[in-house]
Write a protein that binds this ligand. Structure first.
Ligand code: ADP
Ligand code: MG
Length: 316
């Protein structure tokens, strides 16, 4: 028995001329949470769809708990749960009815299906909404119901495709707790996200993908170290001094400074102690600032540091 929940080698998927997934390899140990981090259009969903046997790779291979996704598709399907980015359950039925139908589809008896549905609704804080139709559900409620539906079969491996995109912070935190509980109960989770902080909070390992390729694969700490634990952001008063200011900061931090369209300077910062040096140097050079801010690096900055290319959004 392998201790890898997912073992993927060189997965490729093309749509016309677009290499949506361009040679992705992954090794995800059983019992862990892997965060696949990447911007819109990076190839996250396409990768998951191949691993979940919803679409066939053009190239490459993958095993789920040792079972081949192409040759042992049925076996693989029994071991996985998949939640889409959007709830895909019937709008006109109540939450209870939806889950009960899912249970029946998974082979539970009518009675067991009802009982399991009730338990899941409770676990996902949806008991009060059990008899509401989906059309009355908020985005966060839908997401939780979608996740609940995918758990009816208690699968050993769960794919969560952007489970918190668009959720309010409170619901997001709730979702994180749920995901942690899944792993405590023995499941392995692969989750995709556009948010660094989410991957940071949840994942044992993070795989960063950009334009269909893995650009980094590390623990959250390792990734942050490579990028800098915080991010400096400042604007100078006189736009003519932007370049000079950037040079000063680069010299002191030893990392590349990104200049945004609004003449804002951002740079990853390994330690905040350098801040004083920067401010002193800027003052000595008579560069006045209009704003300064130190915060967690954004996904964009992580990408800039990893690929030297901030333009990884679609269409750029
Ligand atoms: N069914 C499809 N047909 C054509 N192009 C697709 C299809 N699915 C995804 N793509 C393209 O593949 C790329 C990766 O998409 P996707 O995997 O959905 O990215 P992500 O989930 O990271 O946002 C994008 O350029 C997207 O437009
Ligand atoms: Mg997607």
């Amino acid at each position: 028995m392998t201790n890898l929940a997912i073992e993927a080698q060189g997965l490729v998927k093309t749509f016309g001329k677009n290499r949506a997934v361009d040679g992705v390899s992954l090794n995800i140990p059983t019992g862990s949470i892997c965060g696949v981090l990447g911007p819109n259009g990076a190839g996250k969903t396409t990768t998951i769809n191949m691993l979940a046997t919803l679409s066939k790779p053009d190239c490459g291979s993958a095993k789920i708990f040792g079972y081949d996704i192409l040759k042992e598709t049925q076996k693989v399907r029994q071991l996985i749960g998949l939640t889409g980015q959007y709830a895909s359950i019937d709008e006109n039925l109540t939450a209870m009815e939806n889950l009960t139908i899912f249970g029946r589809l998974h082979g539970y008896s009518r009675k067991d299906s009802k009982q399991k549905a009730g338990e899941l609704l409770e676990e996902f804080d949806l008991s009060e909404a059990a008899n509401k139709t989906l059309s009355q559900f908020s985005g966060g409620m839908r997401r939780r119901l979608d996740l609940a539906a995918s758990l009816l079969s208690s699968p050993p491996l769960i794919f969560l495709d952007e489970p918190t995109t668009g959720l309010d912070p409170r619901t997001r935190t709730q979702m994180w707790t749920t995901i942690r509980n899944l792993v405590k109960n023995g499941s392995t989770v692969l989750l995709t996200t556009q948010y660094l902080d989410e991957a940071d909070q949840l994942a044992d390992d993070i795989v960063v993908i950009d334009k269909g390729r893995v650009v980094a694969n590390d623990t959250p700490d390792g990734l942050k170290k490579s990028v800098g634990s915080s991010s400096l952001q400042l604007t100078v008063k006189n736009p003519d001094q932007v370049k000079v200011a950037a040079q000063i900061i680069e010299r002191i931090l030893g990392s590349k400074v990104q200049i945004t369209e609004a003449s804002e300077l951002t740079a990853p910062m390994a330690c905040t102690e350098k801040l004083t040096d920067i401010l002193t140097s800027l003052k000595d050079t008579a560069i006045e600032l209009t704003s300064i801010n130190v915060r967690q690096p954004s996904l964009d900055e992580v990408f800039f540091a990893l690929t030297g290319n901030a333009e990884n959004k679609e269409g750029n």
